[in-house]
Design a protein around this ligand. Structure first.
Ligand SMILES: Cc1cc2nc3c(=O)[nH]c(=O)nc-3n(C[C@H](O)[C@H](O)[C@H](O)COP(=O)(O)OP(=O)(O)OC[C@H]3O[C@@H](n4cnc5c(N)ncnc54)[C@H](O)[C@@H]3O)c2cc1C
Length: 473
């Protein structure tokens, strides 16, 4: 083996796959007895349960391209239509205005018509049309940026639930530059964010784009499964399960990697595709400055509760793709996706599969038992949707300390780690903690890490240590 890839999540699998395709002898080590990391799809009693991601965005093309490359083109599916998302705000459900992007409306009509905001609140939002540019170059929180331009109600009721949910970080801590740099660019070019949003809506219409989200007919596990198959077919890649890397030190031009079971491996190059805190620990001895930068990227927790119901258990049939919860609502849950209404093939006929996120608004609940978490979710669903019957399926997946927080200054921390690794060209880091938490960005990072070490092994010039596309989704 020439290259050691640590971590069998989507980032590490992609790196090992790319190295195998490049004909470089590689070993992938995974601490657990399962490959895929946060990508985890299971069939339970006819339900397709996703414990981690259930879809990915197509406008950052790495995952889509990989799926096609792995002959999964026919399995790519879009969500069912129409896309209706609800926001639980001030004790009732309000429909997300049509054409709402991640933070900005892209169509004026539905935004003016929505009863989510009072006329006075809409006036405050409209102040954006005349406010001058901020002009500050430094990173700020997405919340602070949007509050200044569009006011607090838009942040608390719309942008916060939309963005905070995706990134698992409160919007007032989330880095503008790392997460939505296009908002700063929009202000620079158009001054008004509302005008910029509407211009982007027009451009999308011209391009005829539909929903940006896609998934796979067999769930996201189809992507990691196809990667694993391709790796297994590649003669140059060996996979070792239940192998936990614990220390990494330099040895001449290569490395000594020690494992929890005492084993020692001596690769010429290493790709660390482990979760951020593990990567920091592995860098401690060989690159303490890089380790400090990586360690300063904090992680939070969440749980996904998958609940199956018979349709007749609901007082009225559920509709739409799901709901988000606005700031200040007396609910413990963060959001709910109506999985089987959003994606085909997720639940048997006559049943509904819900996927509920919990942990951001009420972190304490994650210390409870599965039964306690399910009970809390059931209480909220009874309150919000009137479903009082016990679910016919309940599954809890906890991700404790595993959600990287892209807080203000994130890009500086990543650049700091990269700079501190400049003297170790045959060591690359990749994964959700660095340049994008979404599956497409993890795929891109896995490929870039493989390219960096591959380049060095063939005597070329390496890319940056955490090389990837510029900005996360
Ligand atoms: C609940 C949830 C919902 C999400 N929803 C979406 C979504 O809808 N769309 C989307 O695009 N993204 C989504 N994401 C984000 C995305 O799934 C993750 O960011 C991505 O899968 C992370 O991949 P990774 O390979 O970087 O890390 P991981 O998947 O965490 O993989 C790291 C691997 O390293 C292994 N490991 C750890 N320590 C060691 C060690 N010492 N030695 C060897 N191996 C080790 C771990 O066991 C693991 O298998 C979601 C994430 C979560 C948790």
């Amino acid at each position: 083996m020439t290259v050691l890839v640590v971590g069998g999540g989507i980032s590490g699998l992609t790196a090992a796959y790319a190295l195998g395709r490049a004909g470089i002898p590689t070993m992938l080590v995974e601490a657990t007895d399962r490959l895929g990391g946060k990508v985890r799809t299971e069939r339970v009693d006819g339900f397709l349960v996703e414990s981690g991601p259930d879809s990915f965005i197509s406008y950052r093309p790495a995952a889509l391209e990989l799926a096609r490359e792995l002959s999964l083109g026919d399995a790519i599916i879009g969500p069912t239509h129409p896309r209706t998302v609800w926001i639980r705000s001030r004790g009732r459900f309000v429909q997300l205005p049509e054409g709402m992007g991640l933070a900005l409306p892209t169509r004026l009509g539905p935004f003016i018509a929505t009863d989510m905001f009072s006329p006075l609140e809409k006036l405050r939002i409209g102040l954006d049309l005349v406010l001058p540019r901020d002009g500050l170059g430094r990173d700020v929180s997405v919340g602070a940026f949007l509050r200044r331009r569009l006011g607090g109600v838009l942040v608390d009721r719309l942008a916060g639930p939309l963005l905070g949910g995706v990134y698992g970080t409160p919007i007032d801590e989330l880095s503008l530059d790392a997460v939505v740099p296009q908002l700063r660019e929009a202000e620079r070019r158009h001054r008004s964010l509302l005008l910029a949003g509407i211009a982007s809506g027009r451009a999308a219409k011209v391009g005829g784009s539909g929903s940006p989200f896609v998934s796979l007919a067999g769930g996201m596990g189809q992507l990691s499964g196809a990667l694993v198959e391709a790796i297994e077919e590649s003669s140059g890649v060996e996979v070792r399960m239940k192998s936990t890397a614990v220390t990494l030190v330099g040895r001449g031009g290569g490395f000594d990697v020690r494992f929890a079971n005492g084993e020692l491996l001596r690769p010429e190059a290493v790709v660390l595709a482990s979760p951020g805190p593990v990567t920091a620990g592995l860098l401690d001895e060989i690159a303490p400055a890089a380790a400090a930068h990586v360690r300063s990227i904090t992680h939070s927790s969440t749980a996904v509760v998958s609940l199956g119901y018979r349709l007749d258990q609901f007082p009225k049939p559920p509709s739409g793709h799901g709901f988000l919860v606005a700031e200040g609502e007396p609910l413990a849950v963060d959001a709910c996706t109506m999985s089987s209404l959003k994606w085909a093939g997720r639940a048997p006929d006559g049943t509904v599969l819900l996927r509920v996120f919990i942990g951001s608004r009420s972190p304490g609940v994650l210390a409870g038992s599965d039964a306690e978490i399910v009970a809390l979710v059931e209480r909220d669903l009874a309150l919000a949707m009137g479903v009082h019957a016990a679910p016919i399926l309940a599954r809890v997946a906890r991700w404790i300390g595993q959600m990287p927080n892209y807080t203000v200054g994130h890009l500086e921390r990543v650049a700091g780690a990269s700079a501190a690794l400049a003297g170790l060209p045959n060591l690359a880091i990749a994964g959700a903690a660095f340049r994008g938490i979404g599956v497409p960005d993890c795929v891109a990072q896995g490929r870039a890490a493989a390219a960096r070490v591959g380049e060095v092994l063939s005597g070329g010039v390496p890319g940056p240590a955490e090389a990837a596309e510029a900005v996360p989704a």
